[in-house]
Write a protein that binds this ligand. Structure first.
Ligand SMILES: C[S@@+](CC[C@H](N)C(=O)[O-])C[C@H]1O[C@@H](n2cnc3c(N)ncnc32)[C@H](O)[C@@H]1O
Length: 211
């Protein structure tokens, strides 16, 4: 598909990804900021963001090809030239992006990994990978239904001295505290948000910087 990249593990680990550091000139043909959605699933958030912000570039990452297919098909149909999907493990994200290449990262309804804290996308080892590729002051956003993931992220922020810019355990109750622009973005709902909201889950949100 036009909007999907599927690098092999071998090429990745051999550091043979030739678009690392070159996303803008190679794919987007502009020098606009690059925003990542990590664990994008079917890509509702990335598609919503790319439609709303044609002057920003988006890369949505997930390992599951059948989920990415749905978002990539929409990106093609809607002719979203500012959105690409990368089928890859987030564990290797710094093999695909150069230092300072990324402006912001969205983590949307990431797996809480109750038994494997080190696999949580806000655990120290993942944050270190994001730190490498983010520009100074680059923001990490987390939107989740999970008390466990949110609480552990709060602990990581405190323990490692990340700079928390906004945090709420009740996003929709506190939405009015944010600028209109942020409210519009945060109202975009992913597949998992729809599922969890129907079950009565309260949505939590925080944004923070790590460099
Ligand atoms: C609970 S789903 C959320 C999907 C989507 N963001 C949503 O809200 O509907 C988590 C997604 O993260 C992906 N994922 C989890 N860990 C990953 C990793 N280490 N590398 C790549 N994808 C990962 C899974 O494949 C899955 O699609």
């Amino acid at each position: 598909m036009n909007h999907v990249l599927e690098p092999s593990v071998e090429m990745t680990l051999n550091n043979e990804i030739d678009y690392k550091g070159d996303w803008n000139s190679r794919f987007f043909k502009n020098s606009n900021p690059i925003i990542l959605e990590l664990g994008c699933g079917k890509g509702e958030y990335a598609v919503g963001l790319a439609e709303k912000y044609p002057h920003l570039n988006f890369v949505a990452v997930d390992i599951k090809g059948n989920r990415i297919y749905i978002g990539a098909k929409q990106a093609e149909e809607k002719e979203l030239d500012n959105l690409f999907f990368l089928r890859a493990k987030i564990d290797f994200i710094d093999y695909y992006f150069e230092e300072n290449e990324v402006d912001e990262i969205w983590l949307t309804f990431s797996d809480p990994q109750p038994n494997k804290p080190n696999k949580r996308l806000t655990s120290k080892s993942f944050i270190e990978r994001y730190r490498k590729i983010l520009k100074p002051g680059g923001i990490i956003h987390l939107k989740t239904d999970s008390d466990l993931l949110f609480e552990s992220t709060e602990e990581e922020i405190a323990e490692h001295g990340y700079n928390c810019l906004f945090l709420t355990w009740d996003l929709y109750g506190d939405l009015h505290k944010l600028p209109q622009e942020s409210q519009d973005v945060l109202k975009i709902k992913t597949h998992y948000e729809e599922l969890f909201t129907k079950k009565g889950a309260q949505i939590k949100y925080c944004k923070f910087t790590v460099n």
